[in-house]
Design a protein around this ligand. Structure first.
Ligand code: NAI
Length: 379
């Protein structure tokens, strides 16, 4: 089997995480299929060359479109600001490349629909294209353990999901205006940036979200631009919603980029009729479980550490409780991509699921504007 060639576009925060994962994948997961870091595309030649050297790519370019015609590249990985995802994803699909695009899929549902239309126009049963989004938190081995518990009915019927993804990276009003504050570059604010992660987690564990009543808020209305002059922030700093899942389960979601003290605050609580559990990404190797069957005076939450019963964890380490880190989630995600290409396995979040997340976000924004409950299916 020949190596699977990667063309990576963007080498910022998440592009570097991609590169670490491509380079480390073989050491962790082994296997016959190998990934090859072919070409890195960046905004200019100097940046592209420096990043390619640092991140282990064979070639560099300032023209991402040159990746499309390169036969040595099988996968286009898109790690650029949100506004570029649509055109890059469609171009990759039209070139017949597998596509691995960072979250959120696009600026909104309308753009996501254009991507799906391109995919369906290109779909060839003889040569299926793998498409996957970078919702890496779903690849955490302890999340796989939680999902297995839910699927086996160990929590009983799930009656409530409360989830948040809060961080404080923009809590300081002096943090300059950047692409994440711009509607043209990012679309929504914290909703697309981190809200999309907790929405993906809620949907992964409890199923589709049927309706919601949302609210959004800009806390820091102006931030200094590159000259120091105040510039109006164009999208929300924090947002919350009450939701109903298609299963009938009640839920509450929130997201913030100005939640002082929260560094990686993706967390959730699930209440079941037999057991309840709590997870916090800041303690990403453990889950806290309360079983309703406990004897009076002997009941309480217990902490379960990730162990080798989860194959994704065992691939890293033979001893239980030796924690993984954020970058390891990307290595596991890349393994999902590789297995989808070589074995036809399912990916955690494909373009269709990515569009569903866009629908939830757009419904949330509309609900906040109109101050009422809205069915997600309406968009
Ligand atoms: P960033 O600003 O750190 O990096 C973006 C990179 O894209 C920059 O190096 C920039 O020069 C490059 N770029 C921009 N236009 C380009 C073009 N036309 N051709 C080639 N390169 C170009 O941004 P960051 O934080 O890496 O975010 C990128 C994407 O990744 C976003 O969609 C974001 O939502 C997502 N992301 C996902 C995370 C996750 O946990 N899965 C975490 C952080 C970001």
């Amino acid at each position: 089997m020949r190596d699977i060639g990667i063309g990576l576009i963007g080498s910022g925060y998440i592009g570097k995480t991609h590169a670490i994962a491509y380079n480390a994948h073989g050491s962790v997961f082994g296997g016959k299929a190998k990934l090859a870091c072919r070409t890195l595309a960046e905004i200019d030649e100097t940046r592209a060359e420096e990043a390619a050297n640092a991140l282990g790519f064979e070639n560099s370019t300032s023209d991402w479109r040159s990746l499309l015609a390169d036969d040595a590249i099988d996968v286009i990985a898109i790690a650029t600001p949100n506004a570029l995802h649509k055109d890059m994803t469609i171009a990759a699909i039209e070139a017949g490349k597998h596509v691995y695009v960072e979250k959120p899929l696009a600026l909104d549902t309308a753009e996501a629909n254009q991507i799906i239309a391109a995919l369906e126009a290109r779909t060839d049963p003889e040569q299926p294209l793998v498409h996957m989004l970078g919702y890496n938190y779903l690849c955490n081995p302890i999340i796989s353990t939680i999902k297995a518990m839910i699927d086996a009915g160990e929590l009983g019927e799930i009656i409530h999901f409360r989830g948040r993804h809060n961080e404080d990276y923009m809590a300081n009003p002096d943090v300059p205006f950047n692409w994440r504050c711009s509607k043209a570059s990012a679309g929504t604010g914290t909703l697309g940036d981190m809200g999309s992660h907790i929405i993906s987690m809620a949907m992964h564990l409890v199923g589709p979200i049927a309706s919601l009543c949302g609210d959004t808020d800009i806390v820091v209305p102006k931030r200094p631009d590159e000259t120091g002059a105040p510039r109006a922030v164009e999208n929300e700093d924090q947002a919350q919603a009450i939701v109903r899942f298609a299963s009938g389960t009640m839920g509450a979601l929130e997201t913030s980029r100005v939640a002082l003290g929260k560094k990686q605050g993706l967390a959730f609580e699930i209440v079941g009729t037999k057991a309840s559990l709590e997870f916090d990404q800041e303690r990403m190797n453990e889950v806290r479980l309360y079983e309703g069957s406990g004897a009076p005076g002997r009941s309480g939450f217990k902490t379960i550490l990730v162990d080798t019963s989860c194959p994704d964890f065992a691939a890293f380490c033979p001893a239980p409780g030796h924690g993984l880190g954020y970058n390891d989630l990307k290595i596991i995600e890349v393994d999902r991509l590789l297995k989808a290409i070589t074995e036809g396995a399912r990916v955690p979040v494909d373009l269709y699921a990515g569009r569903e997340i866009e629908r939830v976000i757009d419904t949330w924004v509309l609900s906040a504007q109109e101050r009422r409950w809205i069915d997600v299916g309406r968009l």
